[in-house]
Design a protein around this ligand. Structure first.
Ligand code: NAP
Ligand code: GDP
Length: 327
Protein backbone atom coordinates (compact mmCIF):
# COMPACT_ATOMS: atom_id res chain seq x y z
CA UNK A 1 0.00 0.00 0.00
CA UNK A 2 1.29 3.47 -0.84
CA UNK A 3 1.29 6.47 1.48
CA UNK A 4 -1.40 9.16 1.06
CA UNK A 5 -4.06 6.50 1.30
CA UNK A 6 -7.25 7.50 3.06
CA UNK A 7 -8.91 4.64 4.94
CA UNK A 8 -12.52 5.29 5.88
CA UNK A 9 -13.89 3.04 8.63
CA UNK A 10 -17.70 3.11 8.58
CA UNK A 11 -19.13 2.24 11.99
CA UNK A 12 -15.89 3.67 13.38
CA UNK A 13 -17.47 4.49 16.76
CA UNK A 14 -18.57 0.90 17.45
CA UNK A 15 -16.93 -2.09 19.14
CA UNK A 16 -14.82 -3.17 16.16
CA UNK A 17 -14.19 0.35 14.82
CA UNK A 18 -12.81 1.54 18.17
CA UNK A 19 -10.60 -1.55 18.40
CA UNK A 20 -9.09 -0.78 14.96
CA UNK A 21 -8.53 2.81 16.13
CA UNK A 22 -6.76 1.50 19.26
CA UNK A 23 -4.45 -0.77 17.25
CA UNK A 24 -3.67 1.91 14.65
CA UNK A 25 -2.81 4.38 17.43
CA UNK A 26 -0.74 2.01 19.59
CA UNK A 27 0.98 -0.55 17.36
CA UNK A 28 4.75 0.14 17.15
CA UNK A 29 6.36 1.19 13.88
CA UNK A 30 7.50 -1.86 11.92
CA UNK A 31 4.72 -4.12 13.23
CA UNK A 32 2.65 -5.67 10.44
CA UNK A 33 -0.43 -4.06 12.02
CA UNK A 34 1.01 -0.54 12.36
CA UNK A 35 -0.18 2.64 10.65
CA UNK A 36 1.96 3.42 7.58
CA UNK A 37 3.57 6.86 7.19
CA UNK A 38 1.30 9.28 5.32
CA UNK A 39 -1.81 7.18 5.81
CA UNK A 40 -4.96 8.94 6.99
CA UNK A 41 -7.56 6.99 8.98
CA UNK A 42 -11.15 8.27 9.40
CA UNK A 43 -13.46 6.65 11.98
CA UNK A 44 -16.98 7.73 10.97
CA UNK A 45 -20.04 7.69 13.24
CA UNK A 46 -23.70 7.68 12.18
CA UNK A 47 -23.89 11.38 13.11
CA UNK A 48 -21.61 12.11 10.12
CA UNK A 49 -24.09 10.46 7.77
CA UNK A 50 -26.93 7.97 7.98
CA UNK A 51 -25.75 5.28 5.60
CA UNK A 52 -29.31 4.05 5.01
CA UNK A 53 -29.63 7.19 2.91
CA UNK A 54 -27.82 7.19 -0.49
CA UNK A 55 -27.40 11.00 -0.52
CA UNK A 56 -25.76 11.12 2.91
CA UNK A 57 -23.58 8.15 1.98
CA UNK A 58 -22.36 9.88 -1.20
CA UNK A 59 -21.66 13.05 0.83
CA UNK A 60 -19.48 11.09 3.24
CA UNK A 61 -17.41 9.74 0.31
CA UNK A 62 -17.20 13.25 -1.23
CA UNK A 63 -15.99 14.66 2.10
CA UNK A 64 -13.18 12.16 2.73
CA UNK A 65 -12.43 10.74 -0.75
CA UNK A 66 -11.41 7.36 0.69
CA UNK A 67 -9.04 5.15 -1.27
CA UNK A 68 -9.97 2.22 1.00
CA UNK A 69 -13.04 1.45 3.10
CA UNK A 70 -13.40 -0.92 6.05
CA UNK A 71 -17.17 -1.14 6.15
CA UNK A 72 -18.37 -1.99 9.67
CA UNK A 73 -21.53 0.14 9.99
CA UNK A 74 -24.59 -2.01 10.60
CA UNK A 75 -27.63 -2.44 12.76
CA UNK A 76 -26.14 -4.90 15.28
CA UNK A 77 -27.62 -6.69 18.30
CA UNK A 78 -27.69 -9.88 20.32
CA UNK A 79 -30.13 -12.78 20.10
CA UNK A 80 -33.08 -11.02 21.78
CA UNK A 81 -32.92 -7.85 19.67
CA UNK A 82 -32.57 -9.92 16.48
CA UNK A 83 -35.66 -11.95 17.42
CA UNK A 84 -37.74 -8.77 17.93
CA UNK A 85 -36.78 -6.69 14.87
CA UNK A 86 -36.25 -9.08 11.95
CA UNK A 87 -37.55 -6.74 9.26
CA UNK A 88 -35.58 -3.74 10.56
CA UNK A 89 -32.39 -5.84 10.68
CA UNK A 90 -33.01 -7.00 7.11
CA UNK A 91 -33.93 -3.59 5.61
CA UNK A 92 -31.47 -1.33 7.45
CA UNK A 93 -28.54 -3.60 6.68
CA UNK A 94 -29.53 -4.14 3.02
CA UNK A 95 -29.80 -0.35 2.57
CA UNK A 96 -26.53 0.44 4.37
CA UNK A 97 -24.56 -2.18 2.43
CA UNK A 98 -26.01 -1.23 -0.94
CA UNK A 99 -25.30 2.47 -0.39
CA UNK A 100 -21.75 1.92 0.88
CA UNK A 101 -20.75 -0.37 -2.00
CA UNK A 102 -22.43 1.73 -4.71
CA UNK A 103 -20.85 4.96 -3.41
CA UNK A 104 -17.46 3.19 -3.43
CA UNK A 105 -18.10 2.13 -7.04
CA UNK A 106 -19.13 5.66 -8.09
CA UNK A 107 -16.21 7.36 -6.39
CA UNK A 108 -13.49 4.95 -7.57
CA UNK A 109 -12.54 3.62 -4.13
CA UNK A 110 -9.78 1.04 -4.66
CA UNK A 111 -10.79 -1.53 -2.07
CA UNK A 112 -13.70 -2.27 0.30
CA UNK A 113 -13.74 -4.87 3.08
CA UNK A 114 -17.25 -5.48 4.43
CA UNK A 115 -18.43 -7.58 7.32
CA UNK A 116 -20.53 -10.73 7.14
CA UNK A 117 -21.72 -12.74 10.14
CA UNK A 118 -21.64 -16.33 11.36
CA UNK A 119 -25.32 -16.96 11.97
CA UNK A 120 -24.95 -20.45 10.50
CA UNK A 121 -22.30 -23.22 10.75
CA UNK A 122 -19.68 -22.64 8.12
CA UNK A 123 -16.40 -22.54 6.38
CA UNK A 124 -15.83 -20.07 3.56
CA UNK A 125 -17.51 -22.34 0.97
CA UNK A 126 -20.83 -22.71 2.81
CA UNK A 127 -22.09 -19.13 3.14
CA UNK A 128 -25.10 -19.68 0.91
CA UNK A 129 -25.77 -23.28 1.87
CA UNK A 130 -28.98 -23.83 3.85
CA UNK A 131 -31.15 -21.25 5.61
CA UNK A 132 -29.83 -19.17 8.54
CA UNK A 133 -31.18 -19.84 12.05
CA UNK A 134 -34.75 -18.50 12.38
CA UNK A 135 -33.82 -16.27 15.35
CA UNK A 136 -31.81 -13.90 13.16
CA UNK A 137 -32.77 -14.58 9.56
CA UNK A 138 -33.31 -10.85 8.83
CA UNK A 139 -29.75 -9.87 9.80
CA UNK A 140 -28.22 -13.04 8.35
CA UNK A 141 -29.83 -12.70 4.91
CA UNK A 142 -28.76 -9.05 4.65
CA UNK A 143 -25.19 -10.08 5.53
CA UNK A 144 -25.09 -12.92 2.99
CA UNK A 145 -26.14 -10.52 0.23
CA UNK A 146 -22.90 -8.54 0.67
CA UNK A 147 -20.99 -11.53 -0.65
CA UNK A 148 -23.35 -11.72 -3.64
CA UNK A 149 -22.84 -8.01 -4.32
CA UNK A 150 -19.05 -8.29 -4.01
CA UNK A 151 -19.00 -11.00 -6.66
CA UNK A 152 -21.28 -8.98 -8.94
CA UNK A 153 -19.09 -5.84 -8.61
CA UNK A 154 -16.03 -7.97 -9.32
CA UNK A 155 -17.51 -9.70 -12.37
CA UNK A 156 -19.08 -6.60 -13.94
CA UNK A 157 -16.46 -3.98 -13.02
CA UNK A 158 -13.41 -5.88 -11.71
CA UNK A 159 -13.63 -4.21 -8.28
CA UNK A 160 -11.59 -5.30 -5.28
CA UNK A 161 -14.51 -5.65 -2.86
CA UNK A 162 -14.27 -8.46 -0.32
CA UNK A 163 -15.58 -9.47 3.10
CA UNK A 164 -14.56 -10.71 6.52
CA UNK A 165 -16.63 -13.07 8.67
CA UNK A 166 -15.96 -12.47 12.37
CA UNK A 167 -17.35 -14.88 14.96
CA UNK A 168 -18.83 -13.40 18.21
CA UNK A 169 -16.82 -10.29 19.08
CA UNK A 170 -16.33 -8.66 22.50
CA UNK A 171 -14.11 -5.99 24.05
CA UNK A 172 -13.95 -2.35 25.20
CA UNK A 173 -16.55 0.02 23.67
CA UNK A 174 -19.09 -2.79 23.20
CA UNK A 175 -22.81 -2.11 23.60
CA UNK A 176 -23.58 -3.02 27.26
CA UNK A 177 -27.37 -2.56 26.97
CA UNK A 178 -29.22 -5.01 29.26
CA UNK A 179 -31.64 -6.41 26.63
CA UNK A 180 -30.35 -5.56 23.16
CA UNK A 181 -26.65 -6.40 23.50
CA UNK A 182 -24.65 -9.55 22.84
CA UNK A 183 -24.14 -12.05 25.64
CA UNK A 184 -20.76 -10.93 27.06
CA UNK A 185 -21.47 -7.20 27.45
CA UNK A 186 -25.06 -7.96 28.56
CA UNK A 187 -23.90 -10.35 31.28
CA UNK A 188 -21.05 -8.10 32.46
CA UNK A 189 -23.60 -5.34 32.99
CA UNK A 190 -26.12 -7.68 34.69
CA UNK A 191 -23.48 -9.11 37.00
CA UNK A 192 -22.27 -5.59 37.87
CA UNK A 193 -25.86 -4.59 38.84
CA UNK A 194 -26.43 -7.84 40.79
CA UNK A 195 -23.31 -7.11 42.84
CA UNK A 196 -24.15 -3.45 43.33
CA UNK A 197 -27.83 -3.99 44.28
CA UNK A 198 -27.38 -7.39 46.05
CA UNK A 199 -29.82 -9.05 43.61
CA UNK A 200 -29.46 -12.43 41.81
CA UNK A 201 -27.34 -12.65 38.65
CA UNK A 202 -29.70 -14.16 36.07
CA UNK A 203 -28.33 -15.67 32.85
CA UNK A 204 -30.78 -16.18 29.96
CA UNK A 205 -31.34 -19.71 28.63
CA UNK A 206 -29.75 -22.98 29.74
CA UNK A 207 -26.11 -21.89 29.58
CA UNK A 208 -25.38 -24.83 27.26
CA UNK A 209 -25.02 -23.17 23.81
CA UNK A 210 -21.48 -22.82 22.49
CA UNK A 211 -19.84 -19.85 20.76
CA UNK A 212 -16.41 -18.91 19.37
CA UNK A 213 -15.50 -15.53 20.85
CA UNK A 214 -12.88 -13.22 19.37
CA UNK A 215 -11.38 -10.27 21.27
CA UNK A 216 -12.04 -7.03 19.37
CA UNK A 217 -8.36 -5.96 19.41
CA UNK A 218 -7.28 -9.30 17.87
CA UNK A 219 -10.00 -8.88 15.25
CA UNK A 220 -8.76 -5.35 14.55
CA UNK A 221 -5.30 -6.72 13.69
CA UNK A 222 -6.87 -9.25 11.33
CA UNK A 223 -8.78 -6.49 9.52
CA UNK A 224 -5.53 -4.53 9.11
CA UNK A 225 -3.86 -7.64 7.71
CA UNK A 226 -6.75 -8.05 5.23
CA UNK A 227 -6.45 -4.42 4.19
CA UNK A 228 -2.73 -4.78 3.45
CA UNK A 229 -2.46 -8.33 2.19
CA UNK A 230 -5.71 -9.90 1.01
CA UNK A 231 -7.04 -9.09 -2.46
CA UNK A 232 -9.47 -11.86 -3.29
CA UNK A 233 -13.27 -11.50 -3.44
CA UNK A 234 -13.91 -14.66 -1.40
CA UNK A 235 -14.55 -14.00 2.31
CA UNK A 236 -12.20 -14.99 5.14
CA UNK A 237 -13.45 -16.18 8.54
CA UNK A 238 -11.73 -14.15 11.28
CA UNK A 239 -11.89 -16.30 14.38
CA UNK A 240 -10.21 -18.37 17.03
CA UNK A 241 -10.19 -22.11 16.29
CA UNK A 242 -13.22 -24.40 16.34
CA UNK A 243 -11.62 -26.21 19.29
CA UNK A 244 -11.96 -23.00 21.33
CA UNK A 245 -15.74 -22.96 21.62
CA UNK A 246 -16.91 -21.69 25.03
CA UNK A 247 -20.30 -22.44 26.62
CA UNK A 248 -22.53 -19.61 27.88
CA UNK A 249 -22.11 -21.08 31.39
CA UNK A 250 -18.32 -20.78 31.04
CA UNK A 251 -18.82 -17.16 29.94
CA UNK A 252 -20.99 -16.45 33.00
CA UNK A 253 -18.45 -18.18 35.30
CA UNK A 254 -15.62 -16.06 33.86
CA UNK A 255 -17.68 -12.88 34.42
CA UNK A 256 -18.48 -13.89 38.02
CA UNK A 257 -14.71 -14.31 38.57
CA UNK A 258 -13.76 -11.08 36.81
CA UNK A 259 -16.22 -9.04 38.88
CA UNK A 260 -15.64 -11.04 42.08
CA UNK A 261 -19.40 -11.63 42.43
CA UNK A 262 -20.40 -13.74 45.47
CA UNK A 263 -24.24 -13.60 45.29
CA UNK A 264 -26.94 -15.90 43.82
CA UNK A 265 -26.43 -16.98 40.21
CA UNK A 266 -29.23 -18.67 38.22
CA UNK A 267 -30.33 -19.58 34.67
CA UNK A 268 -33.71 -18.43 33.33
CA UNK A 269 -34.55 -21.44 31.16
CA UNK A 270 -37.81 -19.84 29.98
CA UNK A 271 -35.68 -17.58 27.78
CA UNK A 272 -34.34 -18.55 24.35
CA UNK A 273 -31.02 -20.31 23.79
CA UNK A 274 -30.88 -19.37 20.11
CA UNK A 275 -28.67 -21.46 17.91
CA UNK A 276 -26.95 -24.27 19.84
CA UNK A 277 -23.61 -23.78 18.10
CA UNK A 278 -22.30 -22.20 14.90
CA UNK A 279 -18.76 -23.51 14.52
CA UNK A 280 -16.57 -21.63 12.05
CA UNK A 281 -13.20 -22.76 10.72
CA UNK A 282 -10.17 -20.44 10.85
CA UNK A 283 -7.96 -22.74 8.74
CA UNK A 284 -7.96 -20.44 5.71
CA UNK A 285 -7.01 -17.42 7.86
CA UNK A 286 -4.13 -19.13 9.65
CA UNK A 287 -2.76 -20.56 6.40
CA UNK A 288 -2.84 -17.17 4.67
CA UNK A 289 -1.38 -15.30 7.65
CA UNK A 290 1.18 -17.94 8.47
CA UNK A 291 -0.13 -18.04 12.06
CA UNK A 292 -1.53 -15.51 14.51
CA UNK A 293 -1.44 -15.38 18.30
CA UNK A 294 -4.90 -14.80 19.83
CA UNK A 295 -5.33 -13.24 23.28
CA UNK A 296 -6.48 -15.96 25.75
CA UNK A 297 -10.25 -15.71 26.40
CA UNK A 298 -10.10 -15.05 30.17
CA UNK A 299 -7.39 -12.41 29.76
CA UNK A 300 -9.50 -10.54 27.17
CA UNK A 301 -12.65 -10.96 29.28
CA UNK A 302 -10.92 -9.55 32.39
CA UNK A 303 -9.67 -6.58 30.36
CA UNK A 304 -13.20 -5.96 29.01
CA UNK A 305 -14.81 -6.15 32.48
CA UNK A 306 -12.14 -3.75 33.82
CA UNK A 307 -12.80 -1.37 30.93
CA UNK A 308 -16.54 -1.47 31.70
CA UNK A 309 -15.98 -0.61 35.39
CA UNK A 310 -13.57 2.20 34.56
CA UNK A 311 -15.77 3.68 31.81
CA UNK A 312 -19.20 3.03 33.30
CA UNK A 313 -20.34 6.66 33.00
CA UNK A 314 -19.68 6.91 29.28
CA UNK A 315 -20.16 3.28 28.15
CA UNK A 316 -23.24 2.31 26.10
CA UNK A 317 -25.38 0.99 28.98
CA UNK A 318 -28.90 1.84 27.69
CA UNK A 319 -31.80 3.54 29.44
CA UNK A 320 -32.82 0.50 31.55
CA UNK A 321 -29.23 0.08 32.73
CA UNK A 322 -28.98 3.69 33.86
CA UNK A 323 -32.29 3.36 35.74
CA UNK A 324 -31.19 0.13 37.47
CA UNK A 325 -27.84 1.64 38.46
CA UNK A 326 -29.61 4.60 40.10
CA UNK A 327 -31.62 2.29 42.43
P1 NAP B 1 -21.55 -1.74 17.06
O1 NAP B 1 -20.63 -1.65 18.21
O2 NAP B 1 -23.02 -1.85 17.32
O3 NAP B 1 -21.29 -0.48 16.12
C1 NAP B 1 -22.10 -0.25 15.00
C2 NAP B 1 -21.55 0.93 14.27
O4 NAP B 1 -22.37 1.14 13.11
C3 NAP B 1 -21.57 2.22 15.08
O5 NAP B 1 -20.37 2.93 14.79
C4 NAP B 1 -22.78 2.96 14.53
O6 NAP B 1 -22.62 4.37 14.57
C5 NAP B 1 -22.76 2.49 13.07
N1 NAP B 1 -24.07 2.59 12.45
C6 NAP B 1 -25.21 1.92 12.80
N2 NAP B 1 -26.23 2.31 12.01
C7 NAP B 1 -25.73 3.24 11.16
C8 NAP B 1 -26.29 4.02 10.11
N3 NAP B 1 -27.59 3.91 9.77
N4 NAP B 1 -25.49 4.90 9.47
C9 NAP B 1 -24.18 5.04 9.80
N5 NAP B 1 -23.58 4.30 10.75
C10 NAP B 1 -24.35 3.42 11.43
O7 NAP B 1 -21.17 -2.96 16.11
P2 NAP B 1 -19.86 -3.85 16.03
O8 NAP B 1 -20.06 -4.97 16.97
O9 NAP B 1 -18.64 -3.00 16.09
O10 NAP B 1 -20.00 -4.47 14.56
C11 NAP B 1 -19.21 -4.04 13.48
C12 NAP B 1 -19.46 -4.96 12.30
O11 NAP B 1 -19.11 -6.30 12.64
C13 NAP B 1 -20.92 -5.01 11.86
O12 NAP B 1 -20.98 -5.04 10.44
C14 NAP B 1 -21.42 -6.31 12.44
O13 NAP B 1 -22.50 -6.83 11.68
C15 NAP B 1 -20.18 -7.17 12.32
N6 NAP B 1 -20.14 -8.31 13.26
C16 NAP B 1 -20.22 -8.08 14.61
C17 NAP B 1 -20.18 -9.16 15.47
C18 NAP B 1 -20.27 -8.97 16.98
O14 NAP B 1 -20.28 -9.97 17.71
N7 NAP B 1 -20.30 -7.74 17.49
C19 NAP B 1 -20.05 -10.46 14.96
C20 NAP B 1 -19.97 -10.64 13.58
C21 NAP B 1 -20.02 -9.55 12.74
P3 NAP B 1 -23.06 5.26 15.86
O15 NAP B 1 -22.61 4.52 17.08
O16 NAP B 1 -22.32 6.51 15.64
O17 NAP B 1 -24.54 5.39 15.78
P1 GDP C 1 -25.79 -15.00 19.09
O1 GDP C 1 -24.46 -15.66 19.06
O2 GDP C 1 -26.08 -14.27 17.83
O3 GDP C 1 -26.86 -15.93 19.49
O4 GDP C 1 -25.70 -13.82 20.10
P2 GDP C 1 -25.60 -13.49 21.64
O5 GDP C 1 -24.31 -12.85 21.90
O6 GDP C 1 -26.83 -12.71 21.89
O7 GDP C 1 -25.56 -14.87 22.48
C1 GDP C 1 -26.70 -15.54 22.73
C2 GDP C 1 -26.53 -16.71 23.69
O8 GDP C 1 -26.22 -16.23 25.01
C3 GDP C 1 -27.86 -17.44 23.79
O9 GDP C 1 -27.63 -18.80 24.07
C4 GDP C 1 -28.52 -16.75 24.99
O10 GDP C 1 -29.53 -17.56 25.60
C5 GDP C 1 -27.31 -16.54 25.90
N1 GDP C 1 -27.48 -15.43 26.87
C6 GDP C 1 -27.48 -15.54 28.22
N2 GDP C 1 -27.68 -14.36 28.81
C7 GDP C 1 -27.75 -13.44 27.80
C8 GDP C 1 -27.93 -12.03 27.79
O11 GDP C 1 -28.03 -11.35 28.82
N3 GDP C 1 -27.94 -11.42 26.56
C9 GDP C 1 -27.79 -12.12 25.39
N4 GDP C 1 -27.81 -11.47 24.23
N5 GDP C 1 -27.67 -13.47 25.38
C10 GDP C 1 -27.63 -14.11 26.56
Amino acid sequence: MSSNNVILVTGGTGLVGQAIKHVIETEPEGSRFAKLPGEKWIFASSSEGDLRDPVQTRQLYEKYKPTHVIHLAALVGGLFKNMKYKLTFLRDNLLINDNVLEAAHESGTTKVISCLSTCYPLDENKIHTGPPHQSNFGYAHAKRMVDVQNHAYKEQFGHNFTSAIPTNVFGPHDNFDLEDSHVIPGLIHKCYLAKKNSTPFVVAGTGKPLRQFIFSRDLAKLFIWMLRSYDDVEPVILSVGEDEEVSIKEVADAIVNALDFKGDYTFDTTRADGQFRKPASNKKLLTLMNGFEFTPFTEALDLTAKWFLENYDTARTGAAGKKAAAQ
